[in-house]
Ligand binder design. Structure first.
Ligand SMILES: O=C(O)CCC(=O)C(=O)O
Ligand SMILES: [Fe+2]
Length: 427
Protein backbone atom coordinates (compact mmCIF):
# COMPACT_ATOMS: atom_id res chain seq x y z
CA UNK A 1 0.00 0.00 0.00
CA UNK A 2 1.11 3.45 -0.79
CA UNK A 3 1.88 5.31 2.43
CA UNK A 4 -0.14 8.45 1.78
CA UNK A 5 -1.34 8.62 5.36
CA UNK A 6 0.00 10.51 8.32
CA UNK A 7 2.25 7.69 9.64
CA UNK A 8 6.05 7.68 9.46
CA UNK A 9 7.34 4.91 7.17
CA UNK A 10 8.61 2.41 9.81
CA UNK A 11 5.35 2.58 11.70
CA UNK A 12 3.32 2.47 8.49
CA UNK A 13 4.82 -0.87 7.50
CA UNK A 14 3.76 -2.41 10.82
CA UNK A 15 0.32 -0.85 10.76
CA UNK A 16 -0.35 -1.94 7.19
CA UNK A 17 0.64 -5.48 7.99
CA UNK A 18 -1.80 -5.36 10.93
CA UNK A 19 -4.51 -4.10 8.55
CA UNK A 20 -3.94 -7.04 6.22
CA UNK A 21 -3.86 -9.59 9.00
CA UNK A 22 -7.08 -8.23 10.46
CA UNK A 23 -8.79 -8.05 7.11
CA UNK A 24 -8.03 -11.73 6.54
CA UNK A 25 -9.24 -12.59 10.01
CA UNK A 26 -12.49 -10.62 9.85
CA UNK A 27 -13.25 -10.52 6.15
CA UNK A 28 -13.81 -6.77 6.47
CA UNK A 29 -11.72 -3.64 6.28
CA UNK A 30 -13.59 -1.56 8.86
CA UNK A 31 -16.03 -1.97 11.71
CA UNK A 32 -15.73 -2.53 15.43
CA UNK A 33 -14.14 -6.02 15.41
CA UNK A 34 -11.69 -5.01 12.72
CA UNK A 35 -10.73 -1.82 14.57
CA UNK A 36 -10.21 -3.76 17.79
CA UNK A 37 -8.03 -6.23 15.94
CA UNK A 38 -5.89 -3.48 14.40
CA UNK A 39 -5.52 -1.82 17.78
CA UNK A 40 -4.31 -5.12 19.23
CA UNK A 41 -1.98 -6.03 16.32
CA UNK A 42 -0.54 -2.59 15.63
CA UNK A 43 2.50 -1.37 17.55
CA UNK A 44 1.68 0.17 20.94
CA UNK A 45 0.57 3.77 20.89
CA UNK A 46 3.46 6.14 21.28
CA UNK A 47 1.43 9.30 21.50
CA UNK A 48 -2.10 10.40 22.23
CA UNK A 49 -2.53 11.32 18.61
CA UNK A 50 -1.99 7.72 17.57
CA UNK A 51 -5.67 6.81 17.99
CA UNK A 52 -6.75 9.60 15.67
CA UNK A 53 -4.06 8.68 13.19
CA UNK A 54 -5.00 5.03 13.31
CA UNK A 55 -8.65 5.89 12.73
CA UNK A 56 -7.71 7.80 9.63
CA UNK A 57 -5.48 4.99 8.36
CA UNK A 58 -8.31 2.49 8.86
CA UNK A 59 -10.73 4.76 7.02
CA UNK A 60 -8.33 5.20 4.09
CA UNK A 61 -7.71 1.46 3.97
CA UNK A 62 -11.43 0.77 4.03
CA UNK A 63 -12.04 3.33 1.28
CA UNK A 64 -9.47 1.62 -0.93
CA UNK A 65 -11.40 -1.67 -0.78
CA UNK A 66 -14.28 -2.48 -3.07
CA UNK A 67 -15.94 -4.92 -0.73
CA UNK A 68 -19.57 -5.84 -1.36
CA UNK A 69 -22.23 -3.31 -0.39
CA UNK A 70 -23.60 -3.81 3.11
CA UNK A 71 -26.51 -6.26 3.49
CA UNK A 72 -30.00 -4.78 3.33
CA UNK A 73 -31.86 -5.44 6.59
CA UNK A 74 -35.24 -4.84 5.03
CA UNK A 75 -36.84 -3.09 2.09
CA UNK A 76 -39.90 -0.89 2.20
CA UNK A 77 -41.92 1.40 -0.05
CA UNK A 78 -42.51 5.02 0.77
CA UNK A 79 -45.21 7.10 -0.92
CA UNK A 80 -45.23 10.89 -0.76
CA UNK A 81 -47.09 13.70 -2.54
CA UNK A 82 -45.30 14.79 -5.70
CA UNK A 83 -45.59 18.51 -5.05
CA UNK A 84 -45.06 21.15 -2.40
CA UNK A 85 -48.01 22.14 -0.23
CA UNK A 86 -46.77 25.49 1.05
CA UNK A 87 -49.79 26.03 3.30
CA UNK A 88 -49.29 22.74 5.09
CA UNK A 89 -45.52 23.27 5.41
CA UNK A 90 -45.82 26.79 6.81
CA UNK A 91 -48.50 25.94 9.31
CA UNK A 92 -46.84 22.72 10.48
CA UNK A 93 -43.48 24.41 10.81
CA UNK A 94 -45.08 27.21 12.82
CA UNK A 95 -47.03 24.87 15.07
CA UNK A 96 -43.94 22.76 15.82
CA UNK A 97 -41.85 25.81 16.53
CA UNK A 98 -44.38 27.18 19.00
CA UNK A 99 -44.68 23.86 20.78
CA UNK A 100 -41.06 22.71 20.84
CA UNK A 101 -39.26 25.97 21.00
CA UNK A 102 -41.29 28.34 23.14
CA UNK A 103 -40.01 31.85 22.76
CA UNK A 104 -38.40 33.50 25.71
CA UNK A 105 -41.20 35.04 27.62
CA UNK A 106 -40.98 38.77 28.06
CA UNK A 107 -41.82 39.97 31.57
CA UNK A 108 -45.36 41.30 31.63
CA UNK A 109 -46.50 39.53 28.47
CA UNK A 110 -49.86 37.78 28.58
CA UNK A 111 -50.16 34.02 28.97
CA UNK A 112 -53.30 32.87 27.24
CA UNK A 113 -54.34 29.37 26.13
CA UNK A 114 -55.48 30.60 22.71
CA UNK A 115 -52.56 32.89 21.91
CA UNK A 116 -48.81 32.70 21.75
CA UNK A 117 -46.62 35.67 22.45
CA UNK A 118 -43.91 36.70 19.94
CA UNK A 119 -41.54 39.63 20.30
CA UNK A 120 -41.76 41.75 17.15
CA UNK A 121 -44.30 43.36 14.87
CA UNK A 122 -46.98 42.28 12.45
CA UNK A 123 -46.63 44.23 9.19
CA UNK A 124 -48.98 47.04 8.11
CA UNK A 125 -52.25 46.13 6.39
CA UNK A 126 -54.72 43.28 6.90
CA UNK A 127 -56.46 45.19 9.71
CA UNK A 128 -59.66 43.84 11.23
CA UNK A 129 -61.83 44.86 14.16
CA UNK A 130 -61.42 47.92 16.39
CA UNK A 131 -57.86 48.54 15.31
CA UNK A 132 -56.08 51.47 16.97
CA UNK A 133 -58.06 51.36 20.21
CA UNK A 134 -56.41 51.26 23.61
CA UNK A 135 -56.81 48.11 25.64
CA UNK A 136 -54.88 45.59 27.69
CA UNK A 137 -53.50 42.40 26.12
CA UNK A 138 -56.14 40.41 27.99
CA UNK A 139 -58.97 42.56 26.58
CA UNK A 140 -57.42 42.41 23.13
CA UNK A 141 -57.32 38.60 23.30
CA UNK A 142 -61.05 38.45 24.10
CA UNK A 143 -61.76 40.94 21.32
CA UNK A 144 -59.73 38.93 18.78
CA UNK A 145 -61.52 35.69 19.75
CA UNK A 146 -64.85 37.40 18.98
CA UNK A 147 -63.72 38.21 15.40
CA UNK A 148 -63.59 35.06 13.25
CA UNK A 149 -60.97 36.47 10.84
CA UNK A 150 -58.68 37.73 13.59
CA UNK A 151 -55.37 35.80 13.52
CA UNK A 152 -53.56 37.98 16.02
CA UNK A 153 -52.82 41.45 17.32
CA UNK A 154 -49.79 43.62 17.71
CA UNK A 155 -48.83 46.41 20.12
CA UNK A 156 -46.34 49.06 19.03
CA UNK A 157 -45.48 50.14 22.58
CA UNK A 158 -43.62 48.81 25.57
CA UNK A 159 -46.48 50.13 27.73
CA UNK A 160 -48.71 47.23 26.64
CA UNK A 161 -46.73 45.09 29.08
CA UNK A 162 -47.98 47.23 31.96
CA UNK A 163 -51.53 48.29 31.00
CA UNK A 164 -53.78 49.46 28.17
CA UNK A 165 -52.07 50.51 24.94
CA UNK A 166 -52.95 51.04 21.29
CA UNK A 167 -53.43 47.72 19.53
CA UNK A 168 -53.78 46.56 15.92
CA UNK A 169 -55.85 43.49 15.04
CA UNK A 170 -54.83 41.52 11.97
CA UNK A 171 -56.43 38.99 9.67
CA UNK A 172 -52.97 37.62 8.83
CA UNK A 173 -50.34 36.91 11.47
CA UNK A 174 -47.92 34.74 9.53
CA UNK A 175 -44.92 37.03 9.22
CA UNK A 176 -43.41 38.69 12.24
CA UNK A 177 -40.66 41.22 11.75
CA UNK A 178 -38.05 42.07 14.32
CA UNK A 179 -38.97 45.43 15.87
CA UNK A 180 -37.85 46.56 19.31
CA UNK A 181 -40.67 47.22 21.79
CA UNK A 182 -43.35 45.68 19.57
CA UNK A 183 -45.34 42.86 21.10
CA UNK A 184 -47.43 40.43 19.13
CA UNK A 185 -49.91 37.70 20.04
CA UNK A 186 -50.81 35.03 17.53
CA UNK A 187 -54.02 33.09 17.76
CA UNK A 188 -53.65 29.32 17.64
CA UNK A 189 -55.63 28.66 14.49
CA UNK A 190 -57.12 25.33 13.53
CA UNK A 191 -55.28 23.77 10.59
CA UNK A 192 -56.76 25.77 7.76
CA UNK A 193 -54.97 23.98 4.93
CA UNK A 194 -57.01 21.30 3.34
CA UNK A 195 -54.71 18.33 3.10
CA UNK A 196 -57.16 16.63 0.76
CA UNK A 197 -56.64 19.32 -1.83
CA UNK A 198 -52.92 18.73 -2.00
CA UNK A 199 -53.15 14.97 -2.09
CA UNK A 200 -56.07 14.53 -4.49
CA UNK A 201 -55.09 16.96 -7.17
CA UNK A 202 -51.56 15.67 -7.55
CA UNK A 203 -50.02 12.37 -8.32
CA UNK A 204 -47.99 10.75 -5.57
CA UNK A 205 -44.53 9.22 -5.92
CA UNK A 206 -43.40 5.89 -4.52
CA UNK A 207 -39.85 4.93 -3.77
CA UNK A 208 -38.22 1.70 -2.76
CA UNK A 209 -36.05 2.09 0.33
CA UNK A 210 -33.25 -0.17 1.59
CA UNK A 211 -32.69 -0.04 5.32
CA UNK A 212 -29.01 -0.62 6.13
CA UNK A 213 -29.17 0.20 9.83
CA UNK A 214 -32.19 0.69 12.08
CA UNK A 215 -30.82 2.81 14.94
CA UNK A 216 -29.58 5.36 14.19
CA UNK A 217 -31.25 5.03 10.82
CA UNK A 218 -29.18 4.56 7.66
CA UNK A 219 -31.24 4.07 4.52
CA UNK A 220 -30.89 4.28 0.76
CA UNK A 221 -33.83 5.65 -1.22
CA UNK A 222 -33.50 4.02 -4.60
CA UNK A 223 -34.04 6.02 -7.80
CA UNK A 224 -35.23 9.10 -6.00
CA UNK A 225 -34.26 11.46 -8.81
CA UNK A 226 -34.90 10.87 -12.52
CA UNK A 227 -32.17 11.97 -14.96
CA UNK A 228 -34.06 15.18 -15.85
CA UNK A 229 -34.46 16.00 -12.15
CA UNK A 230 -30.76 15.62 -11.53
CA UNK A 231 -30.06 17.69 -14.64
CA UNK A 232 -32.25 20.44 -13.21
CA UNK A 233 -30.39 20.36 -9.88
CA UNK A 234 -27.04 20.40 -11.62
CA UNK A 235 -28.18 23.35 -13.73
CA UNK A 236 -28.88 25.27 -10.50
CA UNK A 237 -25.61 24.16 -8.92
CA UNK A 238 -23.51 25.63 -11.70
CA UNK A 239 -21.29 24.18 -14.37
CA UNK A 240 -18.79 21.45 -13.45
CA UNK A 241 -15.89 23.77 -14.13
CA UNK A 242 -17.31 26.80 -12.32
CA UNK A 243 -18.09 25.32 -8.94
CA UNK A 244 -15.99 26.98 -6.28
CA UNK A 245 -13.67 24.97 -4.13
CA UNK A 246 -15.17 24.13 -0.73
CA UNK A 247 -13.85 26.66 1.71
CA UNK A 248 -13.55 26.45 5.45
CA UNK A 249 -15.10 29.27 7.42
CA UNK A 250 -11.78 31.01 8.03
CA UNK A 251 -11.38 31.42 4.30
CA UNK A 252 -8.40 29.16 3.69
CA UNK A 253 -8.74 26.23 1.33
CA UNK A 254 -10.21 23.31 3.18
CA UNK A 255 -7.79 20.49 3.83
CA UNK A 256 -10.71 18.57 5.10
CA UNK A 257 -12.93 18.80 2.12
CA UNK A 258 -11.10 18.44 -1.12
CA UNK A 259 -14.02 19.09 -3.47
CA UNK A 260 -16.01 21.90 -5.05
CA UNK A 261 -19.31 23.19 -3.76
CA UNK A 262 -22.27 25.50 -4.43
CA UNK A 263 -25.46 26.33 -2.54
CA UNK A 264 -28.86 25.81 -4.13
CA UNK A 265 -31.77 27.67 -2.56
CA UNK A 266 -35.17 26.54 -3.83
CA UNK A 267 -37.80 29.27 -4.19
CA UNK A 268 -40.52 28.03 -1.84
CA UNK A 269 -42.97 30.62 -3.16
CA UNK A 270 -42.84 28.99 -6.57
CA UNK A 271 -44.65 25.76 -5.86
CA UNK A 272 -44.59 24.83 -9.55
CA UNK A 273 -40.83 24.84 -9.75
CA UNK A 274 -39.31 21.39 -10.36
CA UNK A 275 -36.58 22.19 -7.88
CA UNK A 276 -39.03 23.19 -5.13
CA UNK A 277 -41.10 20.09 -5.74
CA UNK A 278 -38.05 17.83 -5.64
CA UNK A 279 -36.76 19.36 -2.40
CA UNK A 280 -40.27 19.05 -0.90
CA UNK A 281 -40.23 15.34 -1.78
CA UNK A 282 -36.85 14.95 -0.05
CA UNK A 283 -38.42 16.43 3.09
CA UNK A 284 -41.53 14.27 2.79
CA UNK A 285 -39.51 11.07 2.41
CA UNK A 286 -37.31 12.08 5.35
CA UNK A 287 -40.33 12.77 7.56
CA UNK A 288 -41.78 9.44 6.60
CA UNK A 289 -38.61 7.43 7.33
CA UNK A 290 -37.38 9.22 10.45
CA UNK A 291 -40.58 10.50 12.02
CA UNK A 292 -38.85 13.86 12.40
CA UNK A 293 -40.91 16.96 11.80
CA UNK A 294 -38.76 18.54 9.10
CA UNK A 295 -40.35 21.06 6.71
CA UNK A 296 -38.76 23.20 3.97
CA UNK A 297 -39.33 26.72 5.43
CA UNK A 298 -36.19 28.21 6.99
CA UNK A 299 -33.86 25.29 6.15
CA UNK A 300 -30.26 25.39 4.97
CA UNK A 301 -29.83 25.50 1.21
CA UNK A 302 -29.06 22.29 -0.64
CA UNK A 303 -25.29 21.93 -0.79
CA UNK A 304 -24.04 20.68 -4.13
CA UNK A 305 -20.57 19.13 -4.07
CA UNK A 306 -18.44 18.10 -6.99
CA UNK A 307 -15.51 15.73 -6.64
CA UNK A 308 -13.58 15.84 -9.88
CA UNK A 309 -9.91 14.95 -9.40
CA UNK A 310 -8.57 11.62 -8.15
CA UNK A 311 -8.12 11.94 -4.40
CA UNK A 312 -10.90 14.50 -3.97
CA UNK A 313 -12.63 13.55 -0.73
CA UNK A 314 -14.46 14.66 2.37
CA UNK A 315 -12.61 13.33 5.39
CA UNK A 316 -14.24 11.80 8.48
CA UNK A 317 -16.68 14.20 10.11
CA UNK A 318 -20.12 14.50 11.66
CA UNK A 319 -22.78 16.77 10.17
CA UNK A 320 -24.35 17.44 13.55
CA UNK A 321 -23.67 16.27 17.07
CA UNK A 322 -22.15 12.77 17.39
CA UNK A 323 -21.27 12.77 21.07
CA UNK A 324 -24.50 11.63 22.63
CA UNK A 325 -25.28 15.15 23.83
CA UNK A 326 -28.76 16.32 24.74
CA UNK A 327 -30.81 17.30 21.69
CA UNK A 328 -31.27 21.04 21.30
CA UNK A 329 -34.23 22.09 19.10
CA UNK A 330 -32.90 23.65 15.91
CA UNK A 331 -29.75 21.58 15.57
CA UNK A 332 -29.24 19.26 12.59
CA UNK A 333 -31.01 15.92 13.01
CA UNK A 334 -30.52 14.17 9.68
CA UNK A 335 -28.70 14.31 6.35
CA UNK A 336 -29.79 13.27 2.87
CA UNK A 337 -27.19 12.96 0.14
CA UNK A 338 -28.51 12.66 -3.40
CA UNK A 339 -26.04 11.22 -5.87
CA UNK A 340 -26.59 12.84 -9.24
CA UNK A 341 -23.43 11.58 -10.87
CA UNK A 342 -21.83 8.45 -9.51
CA UNK A 343 -18.07 7.92 -9.80
CA UNK A 344 -16.62 4.96 -11.65
CA UNK A 345 -14.40 4.00 -8.74
CA UNK A 346 -14.06 5.16 -5.15
CA UNK A 347 -16.12 7.99 -3.67
CA UNK A 348 -18.21 5.75 -1.41
CA UNK A 349 -19.97 7.30 1.55
CA UNK A 350 -18.40 5.46 4.43
CA UNK A 351 -19.62 4.98 7.99
CA UNK A 352 -16.52 3.22 9.23
CA UNK A 353 -17.52 2.56 12.86
CA UNK A 354 -20.16 0.09 11.66
CA UNK A 355 -18.32 -0.82 8.46
CA UNK A 356 -21.13 0.45 6.27
CA UNK A 357 -19.99 1.77 2.93
CA UNK A 358 -22.59 3.08 0.52
CA UNK A 359 -21.57 2.87 -3.11
CA UNK A 360 -23.04 5.85 -4.96
CA UNK A 361 -25.65 5.02 -7.54
CA UNK A 362 -26.96 7.85 -9.74
CA UNK A 363 -30.40 8.99 -8.57
CA UNK A 364 -30.22 7.35 -5.09
CA UNK A 365 -30.29 9.19 -1.79
CA UNK A 366 -28.41 8.00 1.26
CA UNK A 367 -30.30 9.20 4.33
CA UNK A 368 -29.03 9.03 7.89
CA UNK A 369 -30.51 10.29 11.13
CA UNK A 370 -28.85 11.25 14.36
CA UNK A 371 -31.50 12.34 16.84
CA UNK A 372 -32.29 9.33 19.00
CA UNK A 373 -35.65 8.55 20.58
CA UNK A 374 -34.39 9.26 24.11
CA UNK A 375 -33.79 12.94 23.54
CA UNK A 376 -30.06 12.40 23.05
CA UNK A 377 -28.02 12.72 19.91
CA UNK A 378 -26.31 9.69 18.35
CA UNK A 379 -22.66 8.80 18.90
CA UNK A 380 -19.67 7.99 16.70
CA UNK A 381 -21.66 5.59 14.51
CA UNK A 382 -22.94 8.58 12.53
CA UNK A 383 -19.43 9.77 11.70
CA UNK A 384 -18.88 9.44 8.01
CA UNK A 385 -16.73 10.46 5.10
CA UNK A 386 -16.74 10.76 1.34
CA UNK A 387 -14.01 8.33 0.27
CA UNK A 388 -11.28 9.56 -2.10
CA UNK A 389 -12.37 9.57 -5.70
CA UNK A 390 -10.43 7.04 -7.77
CA UNK A 391 -11.95 7.26 -11.22
CA UNK A 392 -14.67 9.37 -12.84
CA UNK A 393 -16.52 12.22 -11.19
CA UNK A 394 -18.97 12.46 -8.36
CA UNK A 395 -21.70 15.12 -8.01
CA UNK A 396 -23.90 15.14 -4.93
CA UNK A 397 -26.57 17.38 -3.44
CA UNK A 398 -26.75 17.32 0.34
CA UNK A 399 -29.73 18.48 2.38
CA UNK A 400 -29.23 18.86 6.12
CA UNK A 401 -32.43 18.73 8.15
CA UNK A 402 -33.42 20.65 11.27
CA UNK A 403 -36.66 20.67 13.22
CA UNK A 404 -38.61 23.65 14.62
CA UNK A 405 -37.43 26.14 11.99
CA UNK A 406 -39.77 28.70 10.49
CA UNK A 407 -39.36 31.36 7.84
CA UNK A 408 -38.69 33.87 10.62
CA UNK A 409 -36.53 31.70 12.86
CA UNK A 410 -34.37 30.01 10.25
CA UNK A 411 -31.24 27.84 10.24
CA UNK A 412 -28.97 30.83 10.83
CA UNK A 413 -30.89 31.77 13.98
CA UNK A 414 -30.76 28.10 14.97
CA UNK A 415 -26.96 27.93 14.66
CA UNK A 416 -26.60 30.93 16.98
CA UNK A 417 -29.10 29.57 19.45
CA UNK A 418 -27.66 26.05 19.51
CA UNK A 419 -24.08 27.38 19.88
CA UNK A 420 -25.20 29.61 22.71
CA UNK A 421 -27.09 26.78 24.38
CA UNK A 422 -24.12 24.41 24.17
CA UNK A 423 -21.82 27.16 25.42
CA UNK A 424 -24.05 27.82 28.45
CA UNK A 425 -24.69 24.18 29.24
CA UNK A 426 -21.26 22.62 28.88
CA UNK A 427 -20.20 21.16 32.19
O1 LIG B 1 -19.43 12.79 -0.41
C1 LIG B 1 -19.99 12.06 0.40
O2 LIG B 1 -20.27 10.90 0.10
C2 LIG B 1 -20.28 12.57 1.77
C3 LIG B 1 -20.73 13.99 1.78
C4 LIG B 1 -21.00 14.50 3.16
O3 LIG B 1 -20.64 13.92 4.12
C5 LIG B 1 -21.76 15.75 3.35
O4 LIG B 1 -22.08 16.42 2.36
O5 LIG B 1 -22.02 16.11 4.52
FE1 LIG C 1 -21.36 14.85 5.93
Amino acid sequence: YENRGPLPDELAVKVYSALETCQQRHGAAAGRAFTQCVNAEAPPAESARFDTVLKEVIRNFSCSQDDPTPPVLRTMDVTVPAGYDACEALSRADADALRERPRERVKGSLRHPDFSYVAGALPAGDDVGPTGRRMTAKEAAEECLSIPECEGFTFPHESSLKGPAEVWFKSIAKRISAAPNWHTYRRQMPDTCSAAQAFDSEEARSYSVDILREQPLLAVIRNFAQPDECAELMRHGGHWDDMGRAYVSKGGQSQYRRSYSANIDPDLKDTNSELTRMVARMFAVTRNLTGYSVWPPGQEPVNAVLYKNPGDEYRVHCDGSCRGTKYVPGERVATGILYCHAPEEGGQTSFSVDNLKVVPNTGDIVLFAYKMGNGQMAGQEVEHSGCPLRKGRKWIATQWYRETLTEEWNWQNAIEKVDQWRHDNVA
